[in-house]
Design a binder for this molecule. Structure first.
Ligand code: NAD
Length: 494
């Protein structure tokens, strides 16, 4: 059986803790690999390696750092099918979806190729007579990334591309459920010319995460995962003096107004709710349908569901794979049962007819979900779309703004004025107008509001560069003996 170990100092390092995790094949329900879980001393070894590599890497010139990113870009591009294959095997997502993940991750490496430009600071000549002032951006040191199961390649790329290009060294703790992609990316970074020790991977669970959160040599932590853990990471990391950005869960609402193109809205809702089996933090999980079009919209969504091909990623043509574990599948199935008990209408029950092997559910559609029902209140993170009927735009907006999460949202309308008002009013970090999954391109930044993000800086893009650097302002004068005097007053412009 395949055994996955840590990556420290540019090579595979077998675990010594004696603790291992199971990597399932979610399409069959069988174990396909074992992964080492790091103990404290193994995390310490990775951090020590990253710390030792930092002085030389931060001193490496910008052209050389950019060159590594350019090489990495070529390597990921050349190996995209192989990476996608690993994602499909361990996560279960179908190949087209996995290739999309690689492409969206690669964007961040492409963005980081521009690091010489991104690290330019401001310069003020003659701020005072003979005095110039400028800002420089310097790396933080050793930074850590802790990532979720649902994007095992893209989310690490969100983090390490900018972190490394800015001159930091990195310790990644990927999800223990699908750890192979991070090892493959580590290999590629080495091939791209990244010096050993600059990028390290430790696998594991809470033991490894907690050590990273309290380790005195970790300067910053980037986290993506569920809200309770994001909150814990933020509170513990900041208590230990670290800079932290912690992205949490979501409950993304799509508001469909009466003037929307209902076929387009139904296509969008189906794609965004059931793609990747609903295991996307930007999945649409709630449709808010204004009453007058609710029946027509639900009819259209329902009509599309039987055409969705559910099955293993290994069979070409399938569009939706399994869920990540049996436990998660059963939890998602539980929400469908609870919805009926709580008074919602189960229009399509995805428990019926799902493939028997593996962790499959088919798409579910639930109508008349309302606040207070678990299917409305909780992040389900599975292929379950609920519909809430609203009387008006205002009622729909209120529901979105009242929600504890604020990751993504979308409005479907033909009215530009209403769409603009929605952008203005809605308390959500990423907004789509007739776009159901508005994941920002890599030269913007990704992040939600409210319980979807703890911290000040969003991830990747310009805010990612800010997160992974600290600025220093230099005030400089080359002495002119003629102007030298004693002056006890506070420095001011002259
Ligand atoms: P998770 O919170 O269970 O795990 C995320 C990471 O935290 C993993 O590396 C895991 O090993 C670690 N972890 C888990 N429990 C921990 C604990 N008690 N203490 C310390 N570390 C712990 O999330 P997941 O199930 O892997 O991913 C799904 C979740 O991630 C969903 O809630 C989804 O919305 C969210 N997500 C959010 C975004 C975003 O950008 N906002 C993106 C992707 C996923």
């Amino acid at each position: 059986m395949n055994h996955i170990s840590h990556w420290i100092d540019g090579r595979v390092v077998p675990g010594t803790s004696g603790r291992i995790g199971v990597v399932w094949n979610p399409a069959t329900g069988e174990q396909q690999a074992a992964v080492d879980f790091a103990a404290v001393d193994e995390v310490d070894a990775a951090v020590a390696t990253a710390k030792a590599a930092f002085p030389a890497w931060r001193a490496t010139n910008l052209s050389r750092r950019a060159e590594v990113m350019f090489h990495m870009r070529e390597l990921i591009s050349a190996n995209r099918k192989e990476i996608a294959g690993l994602l499909s095997a361990e996560h279960g997502k179908v190949l087209s979806d996995a290739l999309g993940e690689v492409a969206r991750g690669l964007e961040n490496v492409e963005f980081a190729c521009g690091i010489p430009h991104l690290l330019k600071g401001g310069y003020s000549e003659q701020a005072s007579t003979g005095v110039d002032v400028y800002q420089i951006k310097q790396p933080l040191g050793v930074v850590a990334g802790i990532t979720p199961f649902n994007f095992p390649a893209m989310v690490p790329m969100w983090m390490f591309a900018n972190a490394l290009a800015c001159g930091n060294t990195f310790v990644l703790k990927p999800s223990e459920k699908d750890p192979s992609a991070s090892m493959f990316l580590a290999e590629l970074l080495k091939q791209a010319g990244l010096p050993d020790g600059v990028f390290n991977v430790v696998h594991g669970d809470k033991v490894a995460v907690d050590r990273l959160l309290e380790h005195p040599d970790i300067a910053a932590v980037s986290f993506v995962g569920s809200t309770p853990i994001a909150k814990y990471i933020y509170e513990t990391g900041t208590k230990n003096g670290k800079r932290v950005q912690a992205l949490g869960g979501a409950k993304n609402h799509m508001l469909v107004l009466p003037d929307a193109d209902l076929d387009m809205a139904a296509d969008a809702a189906v794609s965004a709710a059931y793609g990747s089996a609903g295991e996307r933090c930007m999945a649409i999980s709630v449709v808010l349908a204004v009453d007058s079009v609710a029946d027509a919209l639900i009819e259209r969504i329902q009509a599309r569901i039987p055409d969705i091909k559910v099955g293993p990623a290994s069979e070409p043509g399938n569009e939706m794979g399994p869920l990540i574990t049996r436990e998660h599948r059963d939890k998602v199935a539980g929400y469908i049962g609870a919805a009926a008990e709580e008074g919602a209408t189960v229009v399509v029950d995805g428990r019926d007819g799902a493939p028997a092997d593996g962790f499959f559910l088919k798409p579910s559609l639930i109508d008349r979900a309302t606040p207070g029902m678990s299917c409305y209140d909780d992040e389900i993170f599975g292929p379950v779309l609920t519909v809430t009927r609203v009387r008006s735009y205002d009622e729909g907006l209120q529901l979105i703004n009242d929600n504890q999460y604020g990751n993504g949202t979308a409005i479907f309308t033909r009215d530009g004025g209403v769409a603009r008002q929605f952008e203005f009013d809605v308390q959500v970090g990423m907004v789509g107008v007739n776009v159901p999954i508005p994941v920002p391109v890599s030269y913007y930044s990704f992040g939600g509001w409210k319980a979807s993000l703890f911290g000040d800086q969003h991830m990747y893009g310009p805010e990612g560069v800010n997160f992974y650097t600290r600025s220093k302002v230099v005030t400089k004068r080359w002495p002119d003996p003629r102007s030298s005097t004693v002056d006890l007053g506070f420095p001011q412009n002259r």
